[in-house]
Design a protein around this ligand. Structure first.
Ligand SMILES: [Zn+2]
Length: 271
C-alpha cells in the first residue's frame, strides 16, 4: 500500500470514529442524530441571543397573561425534568437556565432556544384561546429544544461548510464563524423574529414529544389536534415555524391522534 492510500484510509477511519462519537440520542423517541457542537457552546450562544432579543423587544404588561406563560412553562419544565430523571437522562439538560417571557407583538409566534429560553408573542394568544392551548405550543417548542433540533441542523451545515475533521478546531479557533453558523441555523433576532422552519421530521418529532410533555404536565393532549386545526385555518401570515405546510395539516392531525393513546396514559396518571 502506498503512503497516499494509507493516509486516505487513516483519514476515513478517523472521520468514521469521529462521527460515531458525534451522535446523540433524542429523549423519548430514541432517534439517533448528528451532534457536533457541545451543548455548552450552544447554550452560550443561545443565552446571548436571548438577552439580545429581550433587550430589543417590549415585554407584555398584561400581568395575568405573563403569569400564565410562566406557569405553563414551569409545569412543562418540571415534567420534562421528571421524565429525564426517571429515564436516567438528567444530564441531557445540564446547563439549562429556563426562562419564559411574553413579548408584546402581534406576530403569531413562539420559540424555545437551546438551554430552555422561551419566548411567546402576544399575537399567538388568541390562537391558543386558553391555558391548554398555550400548553400545546409550549410543549411543542420545548420539545424542539430538548430534541436539540437547532444543534442538529447546525451540525449538518458545519459538516458542509467546514468539513468533519476540522470541527473541534473550528469551535475553538473560529468563534465568529461558529456564531455565524448559529445565526444561520436559528435566524432568531429582533428583525427576523422567528426561527427558520424546521424540517418535516423535526416538526413531527416536536409534535410527538410536545404532546407527551403537555400530558405529563396535566394538560389535556386531546386539545393539541384542535389547536393545530385552528392554526391551519388561519392561512398565511404566520412565521415559518407555524406555516401550515410543515407538516401538512392532515398529516399532523393524523399523527397526533396516533400518539394520543401514549399521551393519554400520562395525562390520566396525572389526575
Ligand atoms: Zn415546530
Amino acid at each position: 500500500m502506498d503512503f497516499q492510500r494509507m493516509i486516505r484510509l487513516l483519514t476515513i477511519i478517523t472521520a468514521l470514529a469521529f462521527l460515531l462519537s458525534a451522535c446523540a440520542t433524542v429523549p423519548l423517541t430514541g432517534r439517533k442524530q448528528l451532534s457536533l457542537i457541545p451543548d455548552s457552546q450552544m447554550n452560550t450562544m443561545s443565552f446571548q441571543q436571548y438577552d439580545q432579543v429581550l433587550a430589543e423587544s417590549t415585554l407584555s404588561t398584561n400581568a395575568a397573561e405573563t403569569a400564565m406563560i410562566k406557569r405553563v412553562g414551569a409545569r412543562i419544565q418540571q415534567s420534562v425534568e421528571e421524565y429525564l430523571a426517571a429515564t436516567g437522562n438528567s444530564d441531557h439538560i445540564n446547563g439549562y437556565a429556563w426562562d419564559f417571557n411574553l413579548i408584546e407583538s402581534n406576530q403569531i409566534n413562539a420559540w424555545c432556544m437551546p438551554g430552555g429560553k422561551v419566548a411567546f408573542y402576544t399575537g399567538i394568544l388568541p390562537v391558543c384561546e386558553d391555558e391548554t392551548g398555550v400548553a400545546v405550543v409550549m410543549g411543542h417548542e420545548i420539545a424542539h429544544a430538548i430534541a436539540e433540533h437547532g444543534s442538529e441542523r447546525m451540525s449538518h451545515s458545519m459538516m458542509v461548510q467546514m468539513g468533519g475533521m476540522a470541527l473541534n478546531e473550528a469551535i475553538k479557533n473560529e468563534p465568529e464563524e461558529t456564531q455565524a453558523l448559529y445565526m444561520s441555523a436559528f435566524a432568531v433576532g429582533s428583525q427576523y423574529g422567528a426561527m427558520l422552519p424546521f424540517s418535516r421530521q423535526h416538526e413531527s418529532e416536536a409534535d410527538h414529544m410536545g404532546l407527551v410533555f403537555m400530558a405529563m404536565a396535566g394538560y389535556d393532549p386531546q386539545q393539541a389536534p384542535v389547536f393545530w386545526q385552528r392554526m391551519a385555518s388561519l392561512g398565511g401570515e404566520k412565521p415559518p415555524e407555524f406555516m401550515s405546510t410543515h407538516p401538512a395539516d392532515e398529516t399532523r392531525v393524523r399523527q397526533l391522534n396516533e400518539w394520543m393513546p401514549e399521551a393519554l396514559k400520562y395525562y390520566q396518571a396525572e389526575r
